[in-house]
Design a protein around this ligand. Structure first.
Ligand code: HMG
Ligand code: MG
Length: 298
């Protein structure tokens, strides 16, 4: 049976905007987060406290957190790869943070400049500080259905890293198909394997739509009992360390699917479309949501 409720994790302001080449002003980022709040999203990844040399677009994250209007009950989260990032996030009033690892060694090196084992070691002080301050930590695993440098990634490698993140205290682990090569059957196999190590209700799906498979993979995940999905308004995004990776699956399109299945999310489709249209106008780029584009013709 399909779940009755799904939690959407909106990653557009982070995963979406981190990959934009052009400068985006703080005011436009703040407006995007506020628009997403107004659409009813309960969880918004609003920024990233990483090295500005590595990801210049996220350099203004503290200003973004200072500018947004926070709605009670909504979580505004940020990526923190190390203690330095965690401390900056705390100073900015971030409510929940995320650490990110990979299931592939080459990707780990390219993305965060260290091995998988080293990255997990670096997360320990972040977890300790977070525990002391009562901050929840989300964990990410990248390259769960393929790596831009190594190709195939076996599900058991993903399960090992997911288990480590869960055991060190991540309350939830999001499995990222960073380059969007996954297909529905492999997605089911993946969740089946990882769910032996981490409870299903603690797992999230994070699908990039590079090969146009993301919605099918989400449906496959729903059949596996997964109830948390990351998506990006207007399909913004990519990953600066995975060349050719396109955006996350568009939030509007995921919501359209879920609405059609009668699965509750609390998100308003029209307001979500409006949020996506506005940021696309700012960026001067085509809207990556098929639903948003279809609506313009109606
Ligand atoms: P490093 O160079 O190995 O780190 O980078 P370091 O500790 O040697 O520090 C080097 C410099 O960075 C120093 O500055 C530090 O102060 C500074 P310098 O002395 O040269 O002036 N630094 C920082 N500055 C600000 N905030 C920090 C921070 N840490 C160090 N937190 C590091 C290691 C992890 C920092 C770097 O590799 C990095 O920032 N990587 C970020 C990569 C990234 O953000 N990738 C995109 C997000 S992940 C993703 O998109 C995948 C996901 O969506 C899931 C999926 O789709 O698969 C989550
Ligand atoms: Mg991503």
């Amino acid at each position: 049976a399909l779940p009755r409720h799904v939690r959407l994790v909106e990653v557009g302001p982070r995963d979406g905007l981190q990959n934009e080449q052009q400068p985006i002003g703080v005011a436009d980022k703040v407006r995007l987060v506020d628009d997403l709040t107004a659409a009813g999203l309960e969880y918004i990844e609003a920024g990233s406290f990483v090295s500005p040399k590595w990801v210049p677009q996220m350099a203004g994250s503290a200003e973004v957190f200072a500018g947004i209007r926070r709605r009670p009950g909504v979580t505004y989260a940020a990526l923190t790869p190390n203690l330095k990032g965690f401390e900056a996030a705390m100073a900015a009033g971030v409510q929940e943070v995320a650490v990110f690892a990979a299931a592939s060694e080459s990707f780990s090196q390219k993305n965060i400049n260290c091995s998988i084992a080293e990255s997990l070691d670096r997360f320990v002080p972040v977890m300790d500080a977070a525990r002391e301050q009562g901050i929840r930590v989300r964990g990410y695993v990248s390259c769960v259905l393929g790596c831009p440098y190594e190709g195939e990634v076996a599900p058991h490698r993903v399960a090992t890293v997911a288990r480590e993140l869960f055991d060190m205290g991540c309350h939830e682990v999001s499995l990222g198909d960073t380059i969007g090569t996954g297909t529905a059957g492999k997605t089911r196999q993946l969740f089946e394997t990882v769910a032996r190590e981490v409870p299903r209700d603690k797992l999230a799906g994070h699908f990039h739509d590079t090969y146009g498979q993301a919605l099918a993979n989400i449906y496959a995940s729903l059949l596996e009992g997964i109830q948390i999905f990351d998506s990006s308004v207007a399909g913004l995004g990519g990953c600066p360390y995975a060349r050719g990776a396109s955006g996350n699956v568009a939030s509007e399109d995921v919501l359209y699917l879920l609405n059609g299945l009668g699965i509750h999310t609390g998100v308003d489709l029209e307001r979500l479309i409006a949020a996506g249209e506005r940021i696309c106008a700012v960026l001067g780029r085509e809207n990556g949501s098929r639903v948003a584009r279809a609506r313009r013709c109606q």
